[in-house]
Design a binder for this molecule. Structure first.
Ligand code: B1M
Length: 213
């Protein structure tokens, strides 16, 4: 297992999409724990790519190639996550997306997949989602939660604008707001008046489960 996790991490660092896809398939064939392989293998790889890029050891095209390798692996593994606890009554409705100006969608998609796998109805708006779109969709669907991902310090204020728009439309009491993404924190969530912060997909499920219904 340890060796497999190391290979998954390395395939992302190498930007080797063929290898990462192959390793994802092997994960399923061997019945390895999917979430652990994602978290301790592939995710560690993409975070290392980000670190190397920040230090100037990798260039933007290599960051893009690493992200592509990550997406290939996730495409293979996502259906296995979706089937973990499928087929039960829906526990609530979550509208999720990455805030406007921000195209990072790997973490957000993982959170959406885990919520769906745990019995929530999920409307995934994708990435670069305008503030108004979160609010309109939540109202239209009668959502219990809006989950807003932000990976850039420059896009985090958009999470606050969603809350302000909910207040302006007198909808704040109808829907809870969760924020997440690498630069976010508990402090940020309370500063902007969100109902919660989740540091990873498992915490996001726990938060929504604990406060819905
Ligand atoms: Co970008 N990028 N990137 N990037 N990128 C970061 C975020 C950065 C930290 C890299 C670095 O400097 N080390 C940095 C941000 C710095 C900052 O703002 N302080 C950065 C930058 C600067 C940029 C560009 C501006 C680069 C440029 O063009 N000069 C540009 C921005 C484009 C834009 O959005 N407008 C850019 C572009 C890209 C790529 C397109 C190449 C690619 C994204 C591909 C894609 O997503 N489709 C990319 C990537 C891959 C990264 C890093 C390396 C990895 C992100 C990732 O996928 N992580 C990232 C470095 C890092 O995060 N350490 C970086 C894996 C993922 C599973 O984790 O997203 O954290 P994460 O999600 C976790 C938790 O955070 C949580 O659960 C997830 C699962 O555990 N979570 C939530 C996430 N959303 C949640 C929502 C919730 C709850 C929990 O509910 C609301």
């Amino acid at each position: 297992m340890k060796e497999h996790l190391g290979s998954c991490r390395q395939a992302i660092i190498d930007g080797d999409a063929e290898k990462s896809e192959e390793l994802a398939k092997l994960t399923l064939e061997k019945g390895m724990p999917v979430l652990e392989v994602i978290d301790r293998g592939f995710v560690e790889g993409i975070r290392e790519v980000g670190r190397l890029w920040e230090e100037g050891e990798l260039f933007l095209p290599e960051l893009v190639i690493g992200a592509d390798a990550m997406k290939k692996a996730m495409a293979v593994l996502r259906p296995a996550l979706e089937s973990v606890e499928g087929g039960q009554d829906r526990l609530g409705h979550v509208v999720i997306g990455t805030i406007e100006g921000d195209i990072h969608d790997i973490g957000k998609t993982l959170v959406a997949t885990m919520l769906a796998a745990n019995g929530f109805e999920v409307t995934d708006l994708g990435a670069d989602v305008p503030v108004a779109k979160f609010v309109e969709t939540a109202a239209e669907k009668g959502a219990d939660w809006i989950a807003i991902s932000a990976l850039l310090t420059t896009t985090m204020p958009g999470q606050k604008r969603v809350i302000e728009r909910l207040e302006a439309k007198s909808l704040r009491g109808d829907v809870k707001v969760m924020v997440g993404g690498a630069p976010c924190s508990e402090e940020w969530a309370s500063e902007i008046g969100a109902d919660g912060y989740a540091g990873d997909a498992v915490a996001a499920v726990a938060l929504v489960k604990g406060q819905t219904g």
